[in-house]
Design a protein around this ligand. Structure first.
Ligand SMILES: [Mn+2]
Length: 586
């Protein structure tokens, strides 16, 4: 047995014990093997990806061949963990270093558990295009089996600014920020673990604030890219890899694309306003014209307070609302475009009464997209605004629409929702802890069912859960499915829930509201502001955040949203690819 003491930045000593070589069966479980023990570029004349290419037959595998590596000039480094069911299950941990993905195969998977010591086999460098590879490698090909993007995010080398040298020296400290993995991972090459040219390393997680004892990667089986499990990826061979699409939409179901009018090809990415355009907005007086997103918009009452102050948060004017609409447009448009918008207008700000405004006014500019509801009866709203450009959202904000409630169904198929919705609606006696209990029970149930879903805080007191559904699913089906799901959950905690229709009959209990699953019933859109003091926003969250003691239903305002998006991304992105048929409930 060999020993080694490592000191971390906090001065804690770590005693790592090296036992003999891992058992042969464990090593045999790893499908990928590094042929050459060195990753020195000079010893591989055809570049760092030579081993990667040598092992693969690109006409036969859907894996990316990859462009010649070029070092990324700027921006955060990326990492990915793929769960790969090859001959034996393993997780592939890959760090972006000098234009390639330096990779280890970890049979038991990376973990947040600071007590765990995982064996990791250093395998060949992969091209950066592998970052969002998810799919099925055909049987008989190298690494044949199914692959999901189990986690991804950004990372920083710790204690060095030359991570390639750190890897060559046999010790890499990585501060990772993924959806599942957080905190400091340490990889250490085992002395003498290099027989047959295969480098054996140890992987561990530091005992930092992200460490969770007993945390098991197998308890978190879903792809962060598509929300699917390995089994679901394997079962859906129609899914094709589209490396030309942004990562969040790269896994496209060809079946959905042909069968469902709502499944449109991904639009080009929308750019936000430039700094110069935002400076122009700031420089406008109480009103004026703003040239942005290729349109000239006439803005009014820009200094009017739309959201009163709350402790710690000054009031937000209409200028602030309009600026938020412009900046959030690239993120929110996928949830609004192609759908009718019900505007909740507060022309005199959230401090005054608001009202629903659905009919697009006759004075609205011609360039706005409109939709005429063919089912509208006389006296009902006939013409709706469709926010399919960033300028349209800026127009709606200037029109006094503080809250944006897009239809659940697209205009091409108004009777077919894209999502089933669970609305956890607190009663007067429902505490935040009670509501979290209800949300976590839904999380458990959905995970057990293998159903892709994500929660979001409402920006007021509640939590909603959005579940993408298969093309052609009707509202009757989503409503009855959500009712069955929520009744099963409610039966676990009957003391928290009321099924009474009238609020006054509910005894202050929470309502698990499935009735919003109906045509022209809407929930507030992801990233819409709410009409309340401080300008809170309805923000999608990761399931794990339900366990964060700092989480509050109205705790994220229009001031925090962009920092959050920059560090965490948008947890709802996987929902945009649609979902499978809802499984039967019994
Ligand atoms: Mn693998």
């Amino acid at each position: 047995m060999r020993r080694r003491v490592i000191s971390d930045a906090a001065g804690n000593d770590w005693l790592i014990r090296y036992f003999g070589p891992p058992e042969a069966t464990e090593r045999n479980g790893v499908a990928e093997r590094k042929q050459s023990s060195t990753r020195s570029k000079t010893s591989e004349p055809s570049g760092p990806l030579a081993a990667y290419h040598r092992k693969r037959d690109f006409p036969r595998t859907p894996e990316p061949a990859g462009a010649p590596p070029t070092p990324r000039p700027d921006g955060p480094r990326r990492f990915v963990v793929q769960r790969h069911r090859a001959r034996r299950l393993h997780y592939d941990l890959r760090f972006e270093i000098d234009g390639v993905l330096v990779s280890w195969a970890v049979p038991r998977g990376p973990t947040l558990d600071p007590k765990a010591r995982r064996m990791a086999v250093h395998v060949e460098d992969h091209p950066v295009e592998y970052l969002d590879f998810e799919g099925v490698i055909p049987a008989g090909q190298y690494g044949g089996g199914d692959v999901i993007v189990w986690d991804m995010g950004t990372w920083e080398p710790h204690g060095t600014d030359d991570p390639a040298a750190a890897v060559a020296a046999g010790e890499l400290h990585a501060e990772v920020l993924g959806d599942k993995l957080r905190g400091r991972l340490v990889l250490i090459r085992r002395a003498g673990g290099q027989e047959e040219g295969k480098e054996q390393w140890l992987l561990l997680h530091k005992r930092d604030r992200y460490a969770v004892e007993g945390w098991n990667p197998e308890d978190h089986p879903h792809s962060v890219l598509s929300g699917r499990t390995n089994e679901q990826v394997k079962a859906d061979p129609d899914r094709v890899w589209r490396s030309d699409l942004p990562a969040a939409r790269a896994s496209v179901s060809t079946r959905a694309a042909t069968a469902h009018p709502a499944a449109k090809p991904a639009e080009p990415d929308v750019q936000g306003p430039s700094d110069e355009e935002l400076a122009t907005l700031d420089a406008l007086g109480a009103g004026g014209t703003w040239d942005v997103f290729g349109q000239r918009l006439r803005l009014t009452n820009l200094d009017k307070v739309m959201f009163p102050a709350r402790p710690g948060y000054p009031a937000v004017t209409k200028r602030g609302l309009v600026g938020y609409a412009a900046r959030i447009a690239p993120t929110i448009l996928p949830y609004l475009s192609g759908r009718a918008l019900n505007m909740h207008r507060y022309p005199n700000g959230a401090q005054a009464n608001g009202f629903w405004h659905k009919q697009l006014p006759a004075h609205a500019p011609d360039w706005l997209t409109r939709w005429d509801n063919p089912d509208a009866d006389r006296g009902e709203t006939s013409t709706y605004l469709v926010v399919d450009s960033p300028a349209a959202l800026v127009w709606a904000a200037n029109f006094g629409a503080l809250e944006w409630h897009a239809w659940t169904s697209p205009i091409e198929a108004p009777h077919c929702p894209s999502y089933a919705l669970v609305d956890l609606d607190p009663g007067t006696a429902t505490s935040w802890e009670d509501l979290l209990t209800l949300a976590r029970l839904h999380r458990t149930a959905l995970d057990h069912l293998g159903v892709l879903a994500r929660p979001k805080i409402t920006g007021r007191r509640g939590i909603q859960i959005w579940i993408p559904v298969a093309p052609g699913t009707g509202f009757d089906e989503t409503r009855s499915w959500v009712e069955q799901l929520s009744r099963a959950v409610g039966a676990v905690v009957p003391e928290l829930v009321s099924w009474k229709w009238e609020v006054r009959d509910r005894g202050g209990h929470a309502r698990l509201d499935y009735t919003q699953n109906a045509v022209n019933k809407t929930l507030v859109a992801p990233y819409s502001p709410r009409a309340a003091a401080g300008a809170p926003v309805s923000v999608p969250i990761d399931w794990e955040e339900l366990d964060d003691p700092a989480l509050r239903p109205d705790g994220i305002t229009i001031r925090e949203v962009f920092d959050r998006l920059a560090t965490r991304g948008d947890p709802f992105r996987p929902l945009l690819a649609g979902g499978p048929a809802l499984p039967p409930l019994s």
